[in-house]
Design a protein around this ligand. Sequence first.
Ligand code: FAD
Length: 388
Amino acid sequence: MDFELTEDQVTIRRAVAELAGKFDDQYWMEKDAAHEFPAEFYQAFADGGWLGITTPEEYGGHGFGISEAALLLEEVSASGAGMNGASSMHLSIFGMHPVIVHGSEELKRDNLPRIVTGDLHVCFGVTEPGAGQDTTRITTFAKRDGSDYVVNGRKVWISKAMESEKILLLTRTTRFEDVTKKTDGLTLFLTDLDRDHIDIRPIAKMGRNAVTSNELFIDDLRIPAEHRVGEEGQGFKYILDGLNPERMLVAAEALGLGRAALRRAVRYGNERVVFGRPIGMNQGLQFPLADSLARLDAAELALRKATWLYDNGRPCGREANTAKYLCADAGFEAADRALQTHGGMGYAEEYHVARYFREARLLKIAPLSQEMVLNYLGSHVLGLPRSY
Ligand SMILES: Cc1cc2nc3c(=O)[nH]c(=O)nc-3n(C[C@H](O)[C@H](O)[C@H](O)COP(=O)(O)OP(=O)(O)OC[C@H]3O[C@@H](n4cnc5c(N)ncnc54)[C@H](O)[C@@H]3O)c2cc1C
């Protein structure tokens, strides 16, 4: 058993922490309050070549694995950038996986290098109001019309749509009622987010407000067939390929946020004096923080194992789901305890833990809820009957 990070991994970790550290909590507080995309931060990471960490070298990237991408996003989140920082770049880093594996050479050449340089923002359009996490129930429909498809439908929660030029869009090309297997008949496109045919409306939400999430109303959007990713009807399988890595990256973001919260809680616990002693001396506060440290460390081990398995071509569904579950829980718990440690000041924006708390809460819901993780472990791993 080897728990050492490689030399590259140590270097990545250090360099990312240094770059992310240039954008302090004040920056993130202001971006969040103004609902403003962190363009300077994003460009700094693009200029440093970080957006291409997993992109193959022939398309301008570095070709590293998920282990390195997870370290990157963990450090971004842990810097205090949290989900505002991580979500600004999450899709650029791994969202194009279905295109890299299944897309045409033209689609890759046209898009991947521009994503790496930060020039092209892409959002990911899967969720629909009527389908929820039952993705096979989406109804946004792409109807073939000569050399094009014509798309109509509605998406919800699409992050970064306001800032994006393109969308990785999941549609149905055969209706649910007409397929024998419910995962068939879904088709994926990487295409222009044409504002003449897509009405984009931001959703007012609880946190992570520097990155928008949006409703999309798609009305007769024409998509050339060359924008299709892989084969018609196989889109669901292409998305599935990327699910485990996505769970690991989200786990890394939750872990980083938990670390940021714990760091602030410890600082305040040492500084704030009430009843003539630092509040961190009271075991009612100290033990929950020590407990969070233990939980974050344990969750980190689960994550490192999952990313190692994936990068070594081994099955990792159990470990990826476990890592997402444990990191999301430990991250949120740490944020909650950091808020409690700050007392009334925890509720003030000035101390930043309120922002961490709102952002950490998201990771128990999206991109996959804790319940769906347990559904996976219960049915796929333990062999209990499926509820979904
Ligand atoms: C801030 C934010 C950003 C997002 N960004 C994107 C994005 O960029 N692109 C995108 O496509 N989507 C995005 N999403 C959507 C996100 O992936 C979904 O919200 C998430 O998957 C949960 O789906 P849902 O909201 O439809 O919940 P539902 O499917 O409606 O579920 C509601 C609740 O019921 C529970 N539940 C349902 N069925 C079962 C069952 N069988 N057993 C146990 N529990 C069950 C769920 O766990 C959940 O708690 C985003 C969401 C948010 C909040």
